[in-house]
Design a protein around this ligand. Sequence first.
Ligand SMILES: Nc1ncnc2c1ncn2[C@@H]1O[C@H](COP(=O)(O)OP(=O)(O)OP(=O)(O)O)[C@@H](O)[C@H]1O
Length: 348
Amino acid sequence: MTIRVSSVRKTFGSHAALDDVSLQIEAGEFFVVLGPSGCGKSTLLRAIAGLEPVDSGEIHLGSTQVAGKGLHQPPEARNVGVVFQSYALWPHMSVRQNVAFPLETAKRSKSYVEGRTNNCLATVELQPFADRKPADLSGGQRQRVALARCLAQGAETVLMDEPLANLDPHLRSAMEEELAEFHKKSGSTTLFITHDQREAMALADKVALMWDGKVLQADTPDMLYDRPVSEKVAGFIGRSTILSAEIARVRETRALVMIGGQAYEVPCSLGTSEGASKIMVRPEHVRTSGDGRGLETVVERVIYRGGYWETNVRIEGQDQLVLVNLGHKAAAGDRLSIAIDGGWVLPD
Ligand SMILES: Nc1ncnc2c1ncn2[C@@H]1O[C@H](COP(=O)(O)OP(=O)(O)OP(=O)(O)O)[C@@H](O)[C@H]1O
């Protein structure tokens, strides 16, 4: 079921937690909302789930409008499953009872409840733990109970609010794989919230980057990384340097860019104009240059990252240090000649 959020606004006092947010999530998509703490991610999820009425704008689930002017469909009418960071399991019930509960309250037949509960427990490989209480499970197992319960509801739309945030890093990556598998098996439209960009990149078909109540960019993970729409997006996703440069010439999606007296060809969007501009350069776009035509830099800082040295170098006249990954250890004060091979002309 598609989720369509159109110009939604939600304020708490004078603060806009959602400031004219529009998004379209396609049926079956794994859509991640990424952003720093307090940017409005949970508010967006709660608005879609029906847990938070919106001030203005509209929300559609499939062809049904669930929120809008004078309309607020309650959560139970929206048929969305929600998985929270806190699992929200009933402590006095066994794993099996927790999973069966939504089906029992929906007054399904006893045999249906039993069969479906067993299937859902099998999907998340929890049958051996079916009779335990949540308190006797690990964090990852508890999260799987929450997933199984969501699956049992048969919701076509699943909303997950930082479901892996409480897990240790090892369990977290194991659970990421399980989540991807869960999504594949259930075929549900999934909205997943996180502030961890590595997790977002690993799981998402599409990522929306939120900032201060606004969606800055909604795109595939590779577009977000390679083709950020602004300096803010470039700065938040991955490691990058923003260089000031002069565009001498543009041919469709290639710009001839002058940096420190050298000319480099850098990808750009259609319609980019000549003149002063900002270039995003990631470490993989920088190489050392031995042909005497490179940019002369001075090493300022070196950090060993396991297998390579992340080397911060300064180009004269540039504010930001350029990151270069080197296979050898350089020392502060060393001179290094570099060349730029790729990058992206920032559109704004
Ligand atoms: N019930 C509320 N009353 C007042 N302010 C609220 C309420 N809920 C959220 N806010 C505020 O709205 C803003 C967005 O909150 P939200 O919980 O959506 O952010 P978030 O991106 O999910 O953050 P986090 O990653 O820390 O959970 C924050 O400034 C928060 O303090």
